[in-house]
Ligand binder design. Structure first.
Ligand code: SF4
Ligand code: SF4
Length: 489
């Protein structure tokens, strides 16, 4: 029977029910209206700036290094022009902890402003996709009529046009997103060769295009409602002094339409529903703080327009703390925000110090086991060493090594000058030769300077081992020394 196949009806008043889920569990499409006001103006500027930033950030370079790069394959990461390798794990861990602390602090102070103003999901939706939709399909009433009306030529023309633009935008976003992981050069190559140069990256880019299109064309606010982990844990960060978008219930209730002859006392809310009509999440802010609210502030502007029209004070819906909305004392500075900030500053100082102390090319000199020194026939004593170079920079570096020795000595590094591409590690053998009669100590300290052209970019030290020359040795003694050198070690 037809009846048995019907889905259970979910009542609109059911607790924990999403505002965009209607009866029978079906999705209620949000036909969001737009509003003007001071918050909308500010937000539009922020969103425009962020769209440009998110799209071009992976192509920006600072001193030849990417501004931001997450090269997972080579385990190379760049932030603000500094490159980190897998060996910089402690620095990356510090950055991660600092980011989490910054999120704690920002949320404790400003609530979910990130969600409504800076999250790429919101920024692209509000800044591009909703605008395209309004431009092609009109205002909320026209969009609703189009969706519910006949699927005629006009319907398909608008839909195909709109979704064609959506797909193009999703492609541009996906190419930019891929550049965050493969870098600008590989992105250009991938683009101009239609993926032939980087087939794996191209396949990922196509997949991301499809995901982005699905998300921005259809899934939209459902992502915030059901998938975003930050939305789920936000209540942990907030307290009654965190800034939120809230409705002043004591002022607004009892709500009601303005009817001059109605003697019943009314609050300031005229029940016009404008705050609901402009909400991209489809929720009613008058129901209190809700998981779905992304603090976009659209309802503040919408309500202020209404308040101005009915000659009542603005701010019935406002950006205030829960304490402020309930007309209690609002405390901006609280122990938890001081603690978050203090730990953040401490870790930031540690990070900056470690970063500034880090060498562009990690340089170390070690002595291989069992190779102390060798007496050469030409009268020199020779030490063999190993030099380790790791390029932590994002640029190719060509390096040489200069020896600073208290006694006359000659350094020979095999393969010098050494070219190191970003992230590359190279091990080179090196020899130091000292005339036997110049050795004054059995372990002479020596300094090695790593040079990139005329610039010193690193140092290392090691000891030169050899027999101390007394002037009484004869050739037999030399032979003996050579044997001792090998036998002893
Ligand atoms: S916009 Fe303001 S007055 Fe209108 S329903 Fe919302 S809270 Fe009430
Ligand atoms: S309730 Fe207001 S602030 Fe929250 S998402 Fe809706 S319109 Fe934005």
């Amino acid at each position: 029977m037809e009846k048995s196949r019907q889905l259970p009806v979910i009542e609109p008043h059911m607790p924990n029910m999403s505002a965009t889920i209607g009866s029978h569990g079906k999705r209620k499409w949000v036909y969001q209206d737009i509003t003007k006001g001071q918050w909308a103006t500010r937000r539009n500027i922020v969103i425009a700036v962020l769209i440009v930033f998110y799209l071009v950030a992976p192509f920006i370079k600072i001193n030849g290094n990417p501004f931001v790069l997450f090269d997972l394959v080579s385990r190379r990461f760049s932030f603000f022009g500094h490159t980190f390798l897998a060996t910089d794990l402690y620095l990356l861990a510090l950055l991660l902890v600092m980011s989490v602390l910054a999120l704690f602090w920002f949320s404790a102070m400003f609530g979910r402003l990130w969600c409504g103003w800076a999250c790429p999901q919101t920024v692209y939706l509000e800044g591009i996709f909703y605008r395209v939709e309004r431009w092609i399909e009109g205002n909320p009433r026209q969009r609703k009529e189009l969706d519910n009306g006949p699927h005629d030529d006009a319907y398909w023309t608008r839909k195909i046009f709109k979704h064609g633009i959506f797909w193009l935008v999703a492609t541009a976003m996906s190419l930019s997103f891929t550049a965050y992981f493969i870098g600008p050069e590989a992105s250009y190559e991938m683009f101009w060769t239609f993926g032939a140069a980087h087939p794996t990256a191209m396949a990922v880019a196509v997949f991301i295009t499809a995901i982005s299109y699905f998300n921005f064309a259809w899934f939209r606010e459902q992502f915030c409602h059901f998938l975003c982990p930050y939305a789920r844990i936000q209540s942990v960060f907030l307290d009654e002094h965190s800034l939120i978008v809230g409705y002043d219930q004591s002022r607004g209730e009892p709500r009601g339409n303005l009817r001059p002859k109605d003697p019943t006392p009314k609050g300031d809310c005229v029940a016009c529903n404008r705050c609901v009509q402009v909400c991209p999440m489809g929720i009613d802010i008058r129901n209190g703080l809700q998981l779905e609210c992304i603090q976009c502030t659209a309802c503040i502007d919408a309500c202020d327009v209404v308040m101005a029209k009915v000659n009542r004070p603005l701010g019935l819906i406002r950006y205030d703390s829960l304490a402020g909305i309930e007309h209690k004392k609002h405390r901006l500075v609280r122990p938890r925000v001081i603690l978050y900030l203090a730990v953040f500053v401490l870790l930031g100082a540690m990070f900056t110090y470690r970063l500034s102390a880090r060498e562009i090319v990690d340089f170390a000199v070690v002595r291989p086991a069992g190779t102390p020194y060798l007496m050469q026939e030409d009268g020199n004593v020779r030490n063999m060493l190993q030099m380790h170079f790791t390029n932590t920079d994002a640029r190719t570096r060509t390096v040489t090594v200069k020896l600073e020795s208290p006694i006359p000595a000659q350094l020979m590094v095999l393969g010098e000058p050494i070219e190191l591409v970003p992230g590359e590690r190279i091990k080179a053998e090196a020899f130091i030769m000292v005339p036997k009669d110049q050795i004054k100590s059995s372990a002479t300290p020596m300094e090695f300077k790593l040079m990139d052209g005329a610039t010193e970019i690193g140092t290392a030290s090691a000891k030169f081992l050899g027999p101390v020359y007394t002037g009484h040795h004869d050739d037999d003694d030399h032979d003996k020394d050579e044997k001792q050198g090998h036998n002893e070690h």
